[in-house]
Ligand binder design. Structure first.
Ligand code: X2X
Length: 343
């Protein structure tokens, strides 16, 4: 029967095509994929990359092999170029901070708005809700495939000079800041003297005293033993927190079979969940053991009362207003609402 023969022919052709496509995709797999990170293991950020790479290798039976390049070494330590390099294919995949990609994706500055997120529930309300979905759509449009959220963390202030309790205490202090100009605006508004530099340059600058202070999540303080480079004072003010985003270059993503794409996506989600637990360890328990560890290093840890914190909030309101417009008032309004409604 002609009809049946045609059907059979079509089925055979489809099968052959299916094999061909699979074979082509398989042939296009690289022997090794390059993953960019600023911080390597044993920091939570580095562990995010390691857990992701290990899960992918195991679940694809080695079809997808990933090598970690911490220190953003694929782009000579210039972390603000990471997103461009990812888009261009110099980097195959990355676990990157929203701060470092903000120069290319302005919406990512939302997490760096001073005092937007008062606690971890606020961070989750953004990344796990509508704001997170809209940001992923923006990252996708900007040229990379976003898969999951992780966390660098709340960025606390450290310095070599004195305890910081008021904006006045920061006056004239040389503070190393990161990536986006929003950070320079925030520290200028507080009367400090901010200097933008990469993390690679920040470490020698702290050691030599070229800068007095910096801001980063506290696990970095203990991992790097920052008290040994003169950082004797810590103020926990929780003014911003940077999430991490797991991403893959678009061409690399398209070269993988649907099944492998799903494996890589699920592995990123699983790694992100595990990493967020690591990033919050010692900071979510009532007695905050990480702060005790730091005090045990001979460091003065200053926690702000709500009234003291409010003085910093007030001083940075104009910066918030300016950047709200840059980021997009609609997105920031959505974020404010999600935070107000958090559990
Ligand atoms: O440079 C920093 O401060 C770091 C390591 O936290 C980031 O890459 C955003």
């Amino acid at each position: 029967m002609t009809f049946r023969r045609t059907l059979l022919g079509l089925a055979m052709a489809a099968t052959a095509l299916g094999f061909a496509t699979t074979a082509m995709a398989q042939a296009a797999y690289k022997a090794e994929y390059k993953m960019s990170l600023v911080l390597g293991p044993p920091t939570p950020w580095g562990m995010a990359g390691k857990i992701w790479a290990d899960l992918v290798k195991e679940r694809t039976q080695g079809r997808i092999n990933i090598k970690l390049f911490p220190g953003v070494s694929l782009i000579q330590g210039d972390q603000t170029r990471e997103f461009s390099a990812l888009r261009q294919g110099v980097i195959d995949m990355a676990v990157g901070s929203t701060i470092n990609w903000s120069p290319q994706v302005k919406e990512l500055n939302i997490f760096s708005l001073p005092f937007l997120m008062p606690d971890y529930a606020a961070v989750d309300a953004l990344t796990q809700g509508e704001v997170g979905r809209r940001i992923f759509a923006t990252v996708d449009k900007a040229g990379a495939v976003p898969l999951a959220w992780g966390e660098n963390g709340f960025r606390e202030l450290t310095n070599s000079k004195k305890p910081i309790k008021t904006p006045g205490d920061l006056k004239g202090m040389k503070i190393r800041v990161v990536g986006s100009p929003l950070f320079s605006d925030t520290f200028n508004a507080l009367g400090a003297n901010p200097t933008q530099m990469s993390w690679a340059d920040a470490q020698p600058a702290l050691a030599s005293g070229a800068v007095d202070g910096q801001e980063n999540p506290l696990f970095l303080f203990t991992v790097l033993k920052m008290h040994t480079v003169g950082q004797k004072f810590v103020t926990t003010w929780g003014y911003v927190a940077d999430p991490l985003i797991f991403v893959v270059n678009k061409e690399v993503w398209a070269s993988w079979s649907k099944a492998d794409q799903e494996i890589v996506r699920q592995a990123a989600i699983d790694a992100g969940k595990q990493e967020i637990v690591l990033a919050r360890k010692g900071l979510t328990e009532a007695d905050k053991p990480l702060l005790k560890d730091i005090a045990g290093m001979g460091v003065t840890v200053t926690s702000l009362s709500p009234a003291e914190r409010e003085a910093f909030v007030k001083a940075t309101r104009p910066v918030y207003a300016k950047w709200k417009a840059t980021i997009g008032a609609d997105l920031v309004n959505t974020a404010e609402k999600a935070i107000a409604a958090r559990k």
